[in-house]
Write a protein that binds this ligand. Structure first.
Ligand code: RB5
Length: 147
């Protein structure tokens, strides 16, 4: 599975760490930027780039990081086809995929440390949408908003 990752200055350091652990989980990772630390960069630039990569089918999952994860989730959810969730507990990171078909995980690097972030990423990437009728029915009501 291909995974795209993106972060502004608030999430840059955590992004660099997460990039190193994803291959060991058995997934391929590409970096949508920022590629250098820039204290003046803007989270929408990288959240949108990563979200579009998922929406265009170039990656199946995305991970977007900013300081709180809030700005990243707001921006990513503007992109059609993206279902981004800000999750700082492993239950939500897993269940968001299983029930809601979440395809982008947003993280706040100023909220969680690297070990918790690693657990969140693992829970998110290893989870699969169940496809159960009740979840599909609910998801279709959300998808109808994009038409
Ligand atoms: C950047 O300082 C910070 O505002 C940004 O990373 C993010 O937390 C926005 O939601």
């Amino acid at each position: 599975m291909k995974v795209v990752i993106g972060a502004d200055h608030g999430g840059f350091e955590l992004k660099e760490f997460i990039k190193t652990i994803i291959p060991a989980m058995g997934y391929e990772v590409t970096d949508a930027g920022n590629h250098v630390y820039d204290a003046k960069d803007d989270y929408p630039d990288f959240a949108i780039a990563a979200a579009k990569t998922v929406a265009e089918g170039k990656a199946e999952r995305g991970i977007i990081i900013c300081g709180s994860g809030v700005g990243a989730s707001i921006a990513a959810n503007k992109i059609k086809g993206v279902r981004a969730g800000l999750c700082h507990d492993t239950y939500s990171a897993r269940q968001g995929v299983e029930h809601d078909n979440m395809n982008v995980l947003c993280l706040g690097a100023r909220v969680v440390g690297i070990e918790v972030a690693a657990e969140l990423v693992k829970s998110f990437l290893n989870a699969k949408f169940t496809g159960e009728e009740r979840h599909t029915r609910r998801l279709n009501k959300v998808l109808a908003l994009e038409k």
